[in-house]
Design a protein around this ligand. Sequence first.
Ligand code: ACO
Length: 374
Amino acid sequence: MSQPQYSPGLEGVVAGETAISSLDGGLSYRGYSIEDLAHHASFEEVAHLLLHGDLPTAGELDDFRRRLGSQEVVPPPILETLRRIPVKVPMMDVMRTGASLLAHWDNEVADNAHDANVRKAERLLVQLPILMAARHRLVQGKEPVSADPRRSFAENLLWMLLRNQPTPQMTRAMDVSLILYAEHEFNASTFTARVIASTLSDLHSSICGAIGALKGPLHGGANERVLAILQSIGTTDKAEAWVMDALAKKQRIMGFGHRVYKDGDPRAAYVKPMCSELAAQTGNTPMEELADKVQEVVWREKKLPPNVDWPTARLYHYFGLAVELYTPLFVVARTAGWSAHVIEQLDQNRLIRPAANYTGPGKREWKAVGDRGA
Ligand code: ACO
């Protein structure tokens, strides 16, 4: 019998069907190019597109915003638990725990009907950022601030985290970063969410698993490492030597390379000009120049282009956001995409259970414990 072909890391394997996003001819969400969405849409419109299948009409957008605004509370016992989690616990771990805690106070947690999952997804979409912002303030010894339903999703995020009125450019840049982080086909965390959903588990469990997968530095966790790299290099004149040394030691340089984009990640290309502009406005041009030098040397030596995390980490730094928020912000945005995939998986479910090639020993004879040698 011929063995089915094995592809390490499932590279190139078609593991399902989706109507949510496509990488064919550029990245698009439900048929709309990310360039168009990033240029024209708000994150709320994109979240509606992902969760409900289409861009909202003006009336639908008002209703959607009103529904999101009405969910802008986290149950007090969850806030109490956030106070008790040791200060040293990383924010990504708190996000994972937070998603799980939110399940305990969600009356529809076990209902896997399409509409119930959409309602739960909308709640998670607003409650996870509130939880993140609350925890961020608590570890600084400050009291959480409430979301302000008059502000847009992006503005609210910046407001809750920084407690400063963000400039329109900052709000727009945050909107764009959320839109570009919102969805990306069968990436590792989305696939994790779909695998969990396929067992007929529930949306919150799928999101908890997805957060765990996103945390890793080969996936979403890379954006926090990007900033650590730039800060450890320090100045542009040290960039070349740093890259050469890292490559000689066969280290992975975070923010570069991608499983599916070998010629360049369109999201990185879109964020870069905004990043340069914000750097100039916030006195961060030296970091931008350093980043450009690193990028030039990595390309020259390895022909590796930057991925979305490379400029987005800098964008968040220029906003003045603490580094431990970068991957959690990715969670906030990707909750829209993950939820859409869970809903799609359940609408046409078949248990995801692939096969493996066995590489262990051949058949062996049972020996009683006394017969197994000293
Ligand atoms: N730094 C240095 N070398 C790299 C990098 C990198 N960032 N990425 C790939 N390479 C090298 C590999 O060492 C390998 O070299 P070799 O052929 O000499 O052995 C070659 O490029 C091919 O790499 P693969 O591991 O086969 O590529 P793969 O598709 O498995 O990896 C991945 C994709 C995991 C994203 C990889 O590029 C990487 O580790 N990047 C750094 C982490 C990162 O930025 N992750 C964020 C991805 S985007 C996102 O999740 C939102």
